[in-house]
Structures are given as C-alpha cells and as structure tokens.
Design a protein around this ligand. Structure first.
Ligand code: NAD
Ligand code: DAU
Length: 340
C-alpha cells in the first residue's frame, strides 16, 4: 500500500508515521509536512534513511505542488494530520487556521477525487462538539452530538468535517473522519499543557494554570490514537465518523500535580493565571462505536502513559531543548505576558 501521511513532522502525524512503519514494513510511506513552527524533522530522523519512507516538504494548501505529488505517487490512502492545532494561537490569529484546516482539506479531497484514492481519512477532534458541563459526569460526546464550536480552531476543524461529509454525499468520496480527545505522549510540541508543564517544572519555572485549573480533558496516549486510526483505515465504513477516547478524564490541576509529583518538584510552582477566552469546560468521549464496530481497545491507562511520557521527556532533552531555546522563548513571553 502507498500511504500519504500529511502533517507527519508534527506530534500525532510523527507518531503515526513510526506506528505505520513498524506495523506495515512493506508499505510505502510518503510523509508530507510544510514544517511550520510545529513541524520537527528530528521526530522522523529514525525513518529518514529507510527505503520505503520518503519525506516531502510541502504545504497542503498549495494545489499545484500537491497535484504533482498525487500524480507521482498515486496514493492508495491519504491520512490528513496537517493542521494548525493550538487553540491559544487561534484566538490571537485565526486566518492561518481557516486556510490550512479548511482550504487545505479541500485541496486534498479534490485530489483524492481526481486520482480515485481508495481512502481519505480526516483526523478531526472532539473539540468540534464544544464542551460539556462539569456537574454532569453522565454526559459524553457521541458521534451524533451536534457540532457546537467555541474557538476559531475548533470552528475550522468542524468546517472541514462538514466539507468531508459534503464530498462523501455529493461526489462519493471514499472518506472517514475520526474525532479524538486530548493526546499526550512523545514528540508533543511544548506549547501544549503536558509537555509545557514538564519542561517548565524541570527548569523550576512557574506553571501557568488557566482559571482555577478545574477544566477537564479526556486524555489518550498517542499510541492508542494511532491504533484507532489504523483500524478505521482498514475496517472503517466510508462516510462514517468515529469517536476515539479512553475514559481518562482529569482536571488540569490534577494533571499538573501528577507531573510535579513524578518530577519531585514543589506545588508552589503552580501559578493560576488569566483564563483562556471561550475556554471549554469539559471534554469526554463515548468510544462505544470504535469498541463495538471495530474492536478497538486502548492499551494505556493514564497512570502508565503519563509516567512513560514524563520519562520520555527526561531522556530526550535533545529533542525539546532546541525548541524551547529558539523562537519559542518569544512565543511564550508574548502569549503569557497578559495572563499574569
Ligand atoms: P501539531 O501541531 O503537533 O502538528 C501539525 C503538523 O502539521 C506540523 O508538523 C505542521 O508543520 C504541519 N502543518 C501545518 N500546516 C500545514 C500545511 N499547511 N501543510 C502541511 N503541513 C502543515 O498537531 P498534532 O497535535 O499532531 O495534531 C495533528 C492532528 O490531530 C490535527 O489535525 C489536530 O486537529 C488533530 N487532533 C489533535 C489532538 C491533540 O490532542 N493534539 C487531538 C485530537 C485531534
Ligand atoms: O481535545 C483535542 C484537542 O486537544 C486538540 O484538537 C487540540 O489540537 C489540542 O491542542 C488540544 O486542545 P486543548 O486546548 O484541550 O489543549 P491544551 O494543551 O492547549 O490545553 C489543555 C488544557 O490545559 C486546557 O483546558 C487549557 C489548559 N492550559 C493549557 C495551557 C497551554 C493551561 O491551564 N495552561 C496552559 O499554559
């Protein structure tokens, strides 16, 4: 099989490229990434010399470059991880989110139609459902929960989902969508909660917790996200949406305290800062469809996954230190200066 993985130098796309290479060593992988601030080729380093792995620097919104790639490789499957993904950045500057997350998906789908790609898989997010109240633990997102977005990021992802559905219905595009909860694991860019808190705690820097730290996220190890997408690509039904999550709800304060405990650092590092505008209260996924129809089961508990992840950041400082020492410094100062 020839599989095109877009956004492959990012967190989940990178983990997925490793996953696919390890599980399907006879497949040809074409990894595409524009290498924005979030893309890091160091993530793909172990794959770069492999005969069946090719990396191409390309922007999914660039129709003519992408058309050349489709013409050259005639992909069997295209799985799209390429996106602008950080909610806080979308609040400051929405334009690039709309461009990549909506128009980029249109470019990919038009080419999948033209080259009769057997499967286009769109990696979406649980954020398209908006949020759930904190005092109703019985409520979970199902695939039929209405789309109800809060941030420019989530609105752009929901727009793409609607476009995918339209292409399935109007053109018969062979497509699937997955909506996963918050991922954690190796190679995650340190602007996101877990790697941000790990690297700052290691440096004895203050840990900026938004609001009261009571917002809840449903954490899934990135490996379990990859195995779910694998099952959808192989056995999922065209035109269907699949929710992915492992019932691992934690509030942000609990997550930060877990990190501090494992690192042997003091809770006095925690600083409550101004809340994120439009901050979603709680996400929680009902993964029944994945479990019943595709037999998916996560292998990680949160306790095991977070421990391994913290250990990974401790052993792989050479992966994240160049990031936090570079332009990222400026990002952190700008993004957090008004939150104190
Ligand atoms: P990330 O920000 O770590 O990586 C995104 C990658 O896309 C980067 O390598 C970047 O260079 C690349 N990219 C950005 N714009 C591009 C463009 N125009 N053309 C080509 N490449 C481009 O993001 P992530 O956390 O790995 O998320 C991957 C996907 O999974 C996204 O679609 C996101 O919406 C979705 N998702 C993420 C999570 C999560 O918790 N991180 C959960 C559910 C769904
Ligand atoms: O649910 C899936 C989504 O999860 C993905 O679609 C997004 O791409 C991904 O970024 C993530 O979105 P969140 O906004 O939930 O993730 P983030 O790591 O930015 O924040 C997690 C929680 O932690 C959220 O409630 C905000 C809070 N937070 C975050 C940061 C960066 C803080 O309290 N302080 C911080 O400095």
């Amino acid at each position: 099989m020839k599989i095109c993985i877009t956004g492959a130098a990012g967190f989940i796309g990178g983990n997925f490229a490793h996953y696919w290479f390890n599980h399907y060593p006879n497949d040809q992988i074409i990894a595409v990434d524009a290498l924005t601030y979030a893309g890091n080729l160091a993530t793909l380093k172990p794959l770069m010399d492999q005969a069946n792995f090719t990396f191409v620097k390309a922007d999914i919104t660039d129709g003519s470059t992408m058309a050349h790639l489709f013409e050259q490789y005639h992909f069997d499957v295209v799985v799209n991880f390429a996106a602008e993904t950080h909610v806080d950045r979308s609040v400051v500057d929405p334009a690039v989110f709309l461009k990549t997350n909506i128009l980029g998906v249109q470019v990919l789908m038009d080419l999948c139609r033209k080259y009769d790609v057997k499967r286009f898989h769109q990696v979406s997010t649980d954020e398209v459902y908006g949020d759930l109240p904190l005092d109703r633990p019985d409520l979970l997102f199902t695939e039929s929960t209405p789309l109800h977005t809060s941030s420019p990021y989530s609105a752009s992802k929901a727009s793409a989902d609607l476009l995918v559905n339209a292409y399935v219905r109007t053109y018969g595009l062979k497509a699937t969508i997955s909506r996963c909860s918050n991922n954690y694991g190796p190679y995650q860019f340190p602007e996101k909660l877990i790697p941000l808190m790990i690297q700052r705690a290691l440096n004895d820097e203050s840990l900026p917790v938004y609001g009261q730290g009571t917002n809840v996220r449903d954490w899934l190890h990135v490996y379990d996200h990859c195995s779910a997408i694998d099952l959808i690509i192989h056995n999922g039904k065209e035109g269907e949406v699949y929710n992915i999550g492992g019932h691992n709800e934690r509030n942000n304060l609990e997550v930060v305290k877990t990190i501090l405990k494992q690192l042997g650092k003091d809770e006095s590092l925690i600083h409550f800062v101004k809340d994120r505008p439009g901050h979603d209260l709680r996400y929680a996924i009902d993964p029944t469809k994945m479990e019943k129809e595709l037999g998916w089961k996560p292998v990680y508990t949160f306790d095991k996954g977070i421990k391994e992840t913290i250990d990974w950041y401790l052993s792989n400082k050479d992966w994240w230190q160049p990031i936090v020492n570079g332009d990222y410094q400026h990002y952190y100062e700008t993004m957090y200066k008004d939150r104190q």
